[in-house]
Ligand binder design. Sequence first.
Ligand code: 6R9
Length: 668
Amino acid sequence: MSDTTEETLANLLKEDRRFEPPAELAEHANVTADAYDAAAQDRDAFWADAARRLTWAQDFTEVLDWSNPPFAQWFADGTINAAYNCVDRHVEAGKGDKVALHFVGEPVDDDPANKRSITYAQLQDMVCQAANTLGDLGVEKGDRVAIYMPMIPEAIVAMLACARIGAPHTVVFGGFSSDALASRLEDCQAKVVVTSDGGYRRGAPSSLKPAVDEARTKAADLGHTVSKVLVVRRTGQDVAWDDAVDVWWHDTVEQASTDHTPEAFPAEHPLYVMYTSGTTGKPKGILHTTGGYLTGAAYTHWAVFDLKPDSDVYWCTADIGWVTGHSYIVYGPLANGATQVLYEGTPDFPERGRWWDIVAEYGVTLFYTAPTAIRSFMKQGREIPDARDLSSLRILGSVGEPINPEAYVWYRHVIGGDRTPVVDTWWQTETGAMMISPLPGVTAGKPGSAMVPLPGISAAVVDDAGKPVGNGSGGLLVITDPWPSMLRTIWGDDDRFKETYWARFEKEGFYFAGDGAKLDDDGDLWVLGRVDDVMNVSGHRLSTTEIESALVSHPKVAEAAVVGAKDEDTGQAVCAFVILRESAVESGASDGGEDIVEELRNHVRKEIGPIAKPRQIMVVPELPKTRSGKIMRRLLRDVAENREVGDVTTLADSSVMDLISSGLSSGK
Ligand code: 6R9
């Protein structure tokens, strides 16, 4: 290894702040250190216990069948209904009056608050009604149903109604285009679409139904016919109507019987398909099945958030169009009988303190969000959260990207009042549930590290030949043994499933996650981001995350994105895009002038070493992100390499690229 690479590694691993679990939390924690030993001794028995936290119609006798890898079967002879587990069993246990969802919606014309609370008993009625209606619309066990909706309770009701009748759902994020919807409808041959006339964004209505109409036509051109569209009236806007196909929710679901008997399905019955973008080509439909998935989602939610269902109020800010919404808004928390906030909207509308007002109003104790949100709050300054009472919080979670140490410390300090553990949870659409994360009552947290695999999960960092790298080194992150919530295949494409995840380490039988990672001297794991986010500058491998963290550690920087741009001399060169903190902007550093750029280049040089010093730093007002908060570096690479900017359809806000390009061309 060259001197400079060693220097880079040493820099990341020099982070030596440690936060011990609070004594009180450790004492009453749901999961203690024994769980690691128990799982190591008998992994199958450990997962069987976790599975039996759920209610099975028929118990299973075999835990794992791995006779035909990579096609796993978990709890295969057991039968179970996911919706029954998420709703009915809590009502049967006398918790019908307990709030399942505190819905906090976008401000709507005459109702700026737009809130309602739904108990488990009410949720049961709603799910039963929707299940009856889907049946009336001809949906049978095994048929696929697409859900294209805003973040309203009916979206969750629709998902659970599908689960109840054994019809796998595919939720398509409401911000996606009709093309994206059409290709998904066609790929999974969806029979019915559940949607709404529209939704609200920043208080203004936007439409959804027209995109469904278009997608239906486009899918028909591809040879697939959608038979019915079930429409929730949300905004009241005019919509085109096709009597042969379109059905109002309020005319059907709300009139339907609240009696519905859930059928128990084999554990391996498909629960849902979630599309996620591949590095190239068409999106992959990740298939999750019922028993194993629900086991993983419920167990990890209970363990990592130390959920006490009778006293905690949980809030995950994700969208249900993302896997985090599936596992940690719908299936995990509801299977555990949690009370949670369901939030529709952006973090800063109608005003910047919105999230912290909600924490204070509902007494939120467990909070789960993405690093990108945390960094945007850092940018605004601590005065806003400081003005609210956040003392109810007891555990803070992070997901979606590596969290920079500075953002971690700010999160813990400013939001968590220096009391709360931060759980940095690494997982993927494909893994279904959290895989690598601290346990809040067991693990001392290190800012920037996801720490260790959860009990029952076996991960490793290996070199190109599949050999574990050992402490103090970096390599590729793999999962070495099957786990209950693992994806079962890519919908309709077993070959692509094998090729994408299992071919790379076929001999070893490892699942290849596509992320780079390092182990520190204690053996704790640091996720460095996608392998394709690694740059090669003059033969040195540099991770974008490391340089971004160095930039964010500068007091004037709120956010940073780094890409490797082609360079005649060095192969690739480091190009950085930075957003300055508001305090820096006020003090006049915002013009992106020579001074601040030079200051930041030298800061990176000092923090990491000369090789990492960016060739170019551009001060920008925004960064292009997907809905799940991931920076789309591909688009920034286009800018850095002076190319026309590529496909922006999966951006949360597609106008961001114009903002960046116009700022740069006007010399700002
Ligand atoms: C849940 C989710 C998966 C990819 C994953 C990795 C990145 C997620 C992370 C993290 C570092 C964490 N990622 N959590 N990287 N630390 N705590 O995000 O699923 O949308 O499929 O993305 O996200 O790169 O491979 P998904």
